[in-house]
Design a protein around this ligand. Structure first.
Ligand SMILES: NC(=O)C1=CN([C@@H]2O[C@H](COP(=O)(O)OP(=O)(O)OC[C@H]3O[C@@H](n4cnc5c(N)ncnc54)[C@H](OP(=O)(O)O)[C@@H]3O)[C@@H](O)[C@H]2O)C=CC1
Ligand SMILES: CC(=O)[C@@H](O)[C@H](O)COP(=O)(O)O
Ligand SMILES: [Mn+2]
Length: 392
């Protein structure tokens, strides 16, 4: 039996992972499930999967969780230390599906116990790619991509010589506002930004899709995970989200990964890797689809893409600052403190300020430095957002 844990079980990726594991209970021993506010759902999942341990990151919710699990024999814990303990509990396969930089410390702990870490939490790689890879190598652990584009690239690379790759193209749906006139973007609301045209995902990544900060993170994720140079990585707008990525080789061949917008494919690929198992995803009818469309991304509409390139050029701790500033800008937008178009301004100003202060340099990445940069960037971003809000 494969021992599995899910960090972020109550979210969109978490639920899809639970769905796959619940279809093959005889093959999986569920060790730990973690969640946040949704303790009702966490308790249901823990009972359904007969988990050993259920953890909420909020200590004040521990009693509620314990009440729901009383008499089941399932252990209950709460708080950030308990989350790390859950990640440290021996498992063969751990899904990293917490949203944001909060997913980094438990992801590192899971790698330290030698588990295969299925990485949906792209923020970890953006903040601390070098540290994750170094930790995996030092503990004989494996990192597998779960983000749909990166799973697609990994699948297109099976059996290939990576030095024969000329370019990688990751697709972007364009999000909620891809067809809006540019001058309307400033008035876009959080409700409008929270509707993805193709994927059913958590609110934060959905808004990041609309602003292209999701794709900006993914460009950096591609660079960090596969080691391709920034000039090899392209983004193309593909409104149908059916091709997830393409890999171009020196001989001119382009290998495209095509599939329905259902994360159970990428999660299932990582769960059963290197085997391919039958998965409960729609089989595409290409004749019905008829046509696939592509457009060049406009950097005036989506300045986040330009910022991603600047972050890769800066290197060091720039990824950690970029992600933290983006998370704070997103909070300020969701709280209606700043406009949709102000998010990129907040991130750019934060990066410029930290670079000016020499705060993004690092020779060898350590978790403490990443956390310190994350903290500094959040502080700066909050200030930048407050100034914008005051001026408005
Ligand atoms: N959704 C998707 O299809 C895709 C997601 N990803 C990435 O996967 C990750 C998860 O995304 P998604 O599932 O959409 O997100 P959701 O918001 O749906 O779920 C996030 C999960 O993390 C928990 N959580 C939230 N904050 C914290 C915290 N501070 N500490 C510990 N746990 C926390 C939530 O608990 P609760 O809900 O109980 O409060 C929930 O279980 C993100 O990094 C995202 O970028 C990548 C590709 C596709
Ligand atoms: C499913 C997945 O991997 C998301 O990251 C997806 O890519 C979001 O869609 P966008 O292409 O709109 O960013
Ligand atoms: Mn993606």
């Amino acid at each position: 039996m494969k021992r599995v844990s899910i960090l972020g079980a109550t979210g969109s990726i978490g639920e899809n992972t639970v769905d796959l594991i619940a279809r093959a209970p005889e093959e999986h021993k569920v060790v730990a499930l973690t969640g946040g506010r949704n303790v009702v759902r966490l308790a249901e999942q823990a009972i359904a999967l007969n988990a050993e341990l259920a953890v909420t990151c909020y200590p004040e919710l521990k009693q509620q969780l314990a009440d729901r699990l009383s008499g089941t024999g399932i252990e209950v814990a709460a708080g950030s230390e308990a989350l790390l303990d859950a990640a440290a509990r021996p498992a063969d396969w751990v899904m990293s599906a917490i949203v944001g930089a909060a997913g980094l410390p438990p992801g590192l702990v899971a790698l330290k116990q030698g588990a295969t870490l299925a990485l949906a939490n792209k923020e970890s790689l953006v903040c601390a790619g070098a540290l994750l890879k170094e930790t995996a190598a030092a503990h004989g652990a494996t990192l597998l991509p779960v983000d749909s584009e990166h799973s697609a690239v990994a699948q297109a690379l099976v059996g290939e010589d990576i030095s024969a790759v000329e370019r990688v193209i990751i697709t972007a749906s364009g999000g909620a506002f891809r067809d809006w006139p540019l001058e309307r973007l400033a008035e876009a609301t959080p409700e409008q930004a929270s509707k993805h045209p193709n994927w059913d995902m958590g609110q934060r990544i959905t808004v990041d899709s609309a602003s292209m900060f999701n794709k900006a993170l993914e460009v950096i994720e591609t660079h960090e995970y596969f080691g391709f140079s920034p000039s090899q990585i392209e983004v193309i707008v593909h409104p149908q989200s059916l091709i997830h990525a393409l890999v171009g080789f020196h001989d001119g061949a382009l290998m495209a990964h095509v599939g329905p917008p259902d994360m159970r494919h990428a999660i299932g690929y990582a769960l059963y890797y290197p085997e391919r198992r039958a998965l409960p995803v729609e089989r595409l009818d290409l004749v019905k689809i008829g046509q696939l469309d592509f457009r060049a991304p406009c950097e005036r509409r989506w300045p986040a893409l330009r910022l991603a390139r600047e972050v890769m050029a800066m290197g060091g701790l720039a990824g950690a600052a970029f992600n933290a500033a983006k998370e704070q800008a997103l909070d300020a937008f969701l709280a209606r403190q700043i406009r949709f178009t102000d998010m990129a301004t907040v991130v750019e100003e934060t990066l410029e300020a930290l670079e000016r202060d020499g705060a993004l340099k690092c020779d060898r990445m350590r978790l403490d430095d990443v956390m310190e940069t994350d903290h500094l960037a959040r502080k700066r971003a909050v200030e930048a957002a407050s100034l914008i809000a005051t001026d408005a």
